[in-house]
Ligand binder design. Structure first.
Ligand code: AMP
Length: 675
């Protein structure tokens, strides 16, 4: 009981501290007028950290509460805001274009609209009948933060659009940035006021746009460029270039450096020209974005995972700096891969403090002869994990020796021929793998269980209460023991059980992804869920697929992006008795909901479709992608399970078999017309 009182008291204190510190933060960061000394502030921070360390669940509640406290509502994007793929060299540009041509089956010139890639913060601004009504950040792509009031303070943003063809709905997307001059002036002011100076214009723009108080945003000079659209109704454009001229007439700033390129040479000339101009531009750019100019072709090309197939970013080379490798550490991943990580003397690269860099694998370390104590050059490109480029000077005469045993469980680490990675052979007995698998299982895109952070997972694992994913849903068995642990009271334990119970219903695709099967990422998990529809079907099929002569196996490797290697990993996962046992237990504890067809309205939704013969208006890949996007499953061979066969020119035995089986046959034209 004493402990409960103590906790309540601490909770009160923490709330008070959070409130006071929020006030101090506003004064310090936003009003440039600190209210207390740094030492006093640090003391408060330390006290809060102490309480949080003692009662981790209190810290959690504070964090969860942080989003609404920041005052930003959530906005669900009607059309997701995606990211872009990357290219880094002329060959990769060539490859990007070649893939597009192959996908479309076109041999003619594909015009590319090249635009400077502004290094700022993306936004989406919505207009209804020409009136600006809402703005949002990109967020995680699906949901962003409501920044309507803040964006409205930017002079360059049209608040009303008038003129010809003003659409009913128009979402304009682009980048908010701070010009270099405005950035320097802001930092000057900040410095004078002894307030926080920003590391780079991007941070300054982000910090200014995401302000609680839009008056502060208004004081910071922000600019913007518009470059694409989200939801639209009542308007269409033929090309990206047309889009630019149209919105420019409505008053949106577009980047005039952008240009139309008709060949790789023209693209590279533009890239080189812009690289030279980069340093003297009044704003930061971190590359060039290439977009297929024709919008009908963009629509045909569609998307791969989270990025459009019709656009890519050509990034400028990464910034490089010198530092020292203090130590090389080995991390063990959930599939047992041993990854070497360099612990660095902290340095700032591109405005971010970096203290670790990946060393990839043994070959990479040998090739570059990287040793502990080395002085090295590291680089960081965009959000990519920092890498060691080269060694400048050795400190030790001893080459680094890659460990032959798992640093966590001591089992032998082996490297298969043809593979770059060492894997711990400890399998299920290796705690590092088990913990990583659990972390993956509860992670945001998987089960997303609140209150199951790394610290708690490690704690439960150590106690042997949770050793595999199924144990999570059986944690109640240890309720009494848990409540007697330090820092775990009635309330926090109940909160944890509630958040576990919240996740007893889960979609099949999340479930498949959560299992952390080798090579089965989110995209493949979705395809598997789509293909098999229900957990039961999937489980039966994976067990049957062990027989490589079986139809089921053929069906599996026929799924887009699965193939024999991924199939092998799936089959081995199911062949493992321990995994079967966990799956059975999970199926008992959970309700795994069937795959929801994405476009229930489409005629193709849920149908199994086979393409045969030479298609003339589109390539096979394009046809497959189209069918998948309408919720169909694509198979390679005709069977009783096939619903539709699409026949191109010279369709042979498959078309005949379809006829024999009485399966619906569509011509290519008929397929094209399906919406
Ligand atoms: P990344 O964040 O590296 O995946 O790059 C994608 C981001 O580049 C987009 O989300 C935009 O914020 C940004 N971007 C900057 N300029 C452009 C542009 N002209 N066209 C498209 N995206 C751009």
């Amino acid at each position: 009981m004493n402990n409960l009182f103590e906790k309540l008291e601490n909770e009160q204190e923490l709330k008070q501290l959070a409130k006071e510190m929020a006030k101090l933060d506003v004064a310090y960061h936003q009003k440039d007028a600190p209210l207390v000394s740094d030492a006093k502030y640090d003391e408060m921070k330390k006290r809060a950290a102490d309480i949080e360390a003692r009662f981790p669940d209190l810290a959690l509640k504070k964090k969860v509460g942080a989003a609404p406290a920041a005052g930003f509502g959530k906005v669900t994007h009607a059309v997701p805001m995606l990211s872009l793929g990357n290219v880094f060299s002329e060959e990769e540009v060539q490859d990007f274009l070649a893939k597009i041509k192959r996908f479309l089956g076109l041999n003619e010139t594909i015009e590319i609209f090249a635009e400077p890639k502004i290094d700022g913060l993306s936004f989406s601004a919505r207009y209804e009948n020409g009136v600006f009504v809402q703005a949002a950040t990109r967020g995680d792509g699906a949901t962003g933060e409501d920044i309507t009031r803040n964006l409205a303070t930017i002079e360059q943003l049209p608040k009303i659009i008038t003129g010809k063809n003003v659409p009913e709905i128009l979402e304009i997307r682009g980048e908010v940035y701070m010009s270099l001059n405005d950035f320097l002036a802001l930092n000057n002011r900040q410095e004078k006021a002894k307030a926080k100076v920003f590391a780079n214009p991007r941070n300054a723009a982000a910090g200014s746009l995401r302000q609680l108080d839009s008056k502060i945003t208004a004081e910071r000079k922000l600019s913007l460029f518009a470059y694409t659209w989200g939801e639209i109704k009542g308007i269409e454009w033929k090309t990206q270039q047309d889009f630019f001229s149209c919105i420019e007439k409505w008053g949106f700033p577009v980047n005039h450096k952008s240009c139309l390129c008709k060949s790789v040479k023209e693209i590279m000339d533009f890239y080189n020209e812009l690289s030279e101009q980069r340093a003297s531009l009044p704003y930061d750019i971190d590359g060039i974005v290439y977009k297929v100019n024709r919008i009908d072709l963009q629509n045909r090309l569609g998307f791969i995972s989270k990025a459009p197939r019709w656009a890519t970013a050509h990034k400028f080379p990464a910034e490089q700096v010198q530092t020292v490798i203090e130590k090389i550490d080995i991390q063990v991943g959930r599939t047992g891969v041993l990854t070497p990580v360099a612990h660095l003397k902290p340095v700032t690269v591109g405005g971010v403090v970096v203290s670790r860099a990946t060393l990839h694998n043994e070959d990479e370390i040998k090739r570059k002869d990287i040793r502990e104590g080395d002085t090295v050059i590291i680089q960081r490109a965009g959000d990519v994990i920092p890498q060691v480029v080269k060694v400048i000077k050795h400190d030790s005469s001893k080459e680094y020796e890659f460990p032959k045993n798992c640093p966590v469980c001591g089992s032998l680490a082996t490297r298969k021929e043809g593979e770059a990675a060492y894997r711990c052979s400890g399998g299920l007995s290796c705690p590092a793998q088990a913990i990583e698998r659990l972390k993956h299982f509860v992670s945001r895109n998987a089960f997303d269980i609140e209150g199951m952070g790394t610290k708690n997972i490690e704690f439960f694992y150590e106690k042997k209460w949770i050793e595999n994913p199924a144990d999570i849903f059986n944690l109640k068995e240890h309720e009494a023991d848990l409540k007697s642990e330090k820092g775990w009271q009635e309330l926090s334990v109940n909160n944890l059980f509630d958040s576990i119970d919240d996740k007893r219903e889960i979609s099949l695709e999340r479930f498949v992804f959560a299992l952390g099967i080798r090579q089965v990422g989110q995209a493949t998990a979705r395809l598997l869920a789509q293909h098999y529809g229900s957990f039961e079907n999937w489980q039966i099929a994976m067990n049957k697929a062990k027989d490589k002569e079986s139809r089921t196996y053929e069906d599996l490797i026929n799924i887009e992006s699965v193939g024999a290697l991924v199939a092998d990993d799936l089959i081995s996962f199911f062949a493992e008795k321990h995994n079967q046992n966990i799956l059975d237990r999970l199926a008992h504890y959970l309700k795994i909901t069937d795959f929801e067809k994405p476009t229930a309205g489409s005629e193709l939704s849920g149908k199994t479709i086979v393409f045969t013969g030479t298609l003339t208006s589109m390539t096979r890949n394009e046809a497959k992608a189209r069918a998948l996007s309408m919720g169909a499953k694509v198979a390679g061979s005709v069977s009783k399970k096939t619903d539709i066969v699409v026949t191109g020119e010279n369709a042979g035995s498959k078309a005949q078999k379809a006829q024999e089986l009485g399966i619906k046959i569509l011509t290519e034209d008929e397929f094209q017309k399906i919406k």
